[in-house]
Write a protein that binds this ligand. Structure first.
Ligand SMILES: NC(=O)c1ccc[n+]([C@@H]2O[C@H](COP(=O)([O-])OP(=O)(O)OC[C@H]3O[C@@H](n4cnc5c(N)ncnc54)[C@H](OP(=O)(O)O)[C@@H]3O)[C@@H](O)[C@H]2O)c1
Length: 180
């Protein structure tokens, strides 16, 4: 069975997923709406999350681990297994990241629907022509600089528009399918 890889990510209107220091204040303060903007529905379809080390470290800082029911793979060449807090040891898998080996490992673990998270990781999946779908939630704010969602994959990538939803919060969410 082929694995479906998707990303679900928020950016500022000028294309950043975090400030340069990783700060997400602009995102967390963007709305008082209780609407989850489709997040729970998206997560229901996901069995595995692959995230970059930087995203993992941000999530760790949130306190309570938000993905107790999901298989989580953290891509890193620098983290060692003993750096993983003990309460997460059986919930996380560390992987050094070469994508062919990662793909093999995900297949062996029976993963079907994988959420790809983190700017660099999304960029490397795009460059490797592995990402099948991306949902970008655009926050109506310009932050001027930061960590970009997209880089240069080295080739053009055509996307097919699937759906756009404009929420009362002012967030505009667009899903694209990517056929490589
Ligand atoms: N706005 C949003 O919705 C949203 C969502 C997610 C994250 N974020 C924010 O975005 C920031 C993180 O994004 P980021 O681009 O800095 O980092 P990232 O993609 O989360 O992590 C990058 C790290 O992952 C490791 N890695 C291993 N294999 C890789 C591969 N094949 N491709 C890419 N990375 C690989 C490397 O760690 P080693 O150096 O250890 O090898 C690399 O330095 C954080 O501030 C986070 O809070 C925002």
């Amino acid at each position: 069975m082929t694995i479906h890889f998707s990303a679900y990510i928020a950016t500022s209107l000028d294309g950043f997923i975090a400030r340069s220091n990783g700060d997400l204040d602009w995102l967390f303060n963007a709305t008082t709406s209780t609407d989850d903007h489709g997040y729970a529905e998206y997560m229901n379809g996901i069995d595995t999350i692959v995230m970059g080390r930087n995203t993992y470290q941000t999530v760790l800082g949130f306190g309570e681990w938000p993905y107790p029911e999901k298989r989580v793979v953290v891509l890193s060449t620098t983290l060692s297994a003993d750096a993983i807090p003990s309460h997460l040891q059986d919930k996380l898998l560390l992987h050094p990241g070469p994508l062919p080996q990662l793909l093999k490992s995900l297949t062996e673990h029976g993963c079907n629907n994988v959420y790809v998270d983190g700017g660099s990781v999304i960029q490397s999946f795009l460059a490797a022509r592995l990402l099948d779908q991306i949902t970008v939630t655009t926050i109506p704010i310009l932050i001027g600089s930061g960590i970009p969602l997209f880089g240069n994959p080295g080739h053009d990538i055509r996307l097919a528009h699937h759906k756009t939803t404009a929420f009362d919060s002012g967030f505009v969410q667009t899903t694209y399918q990517i056929s490589h």
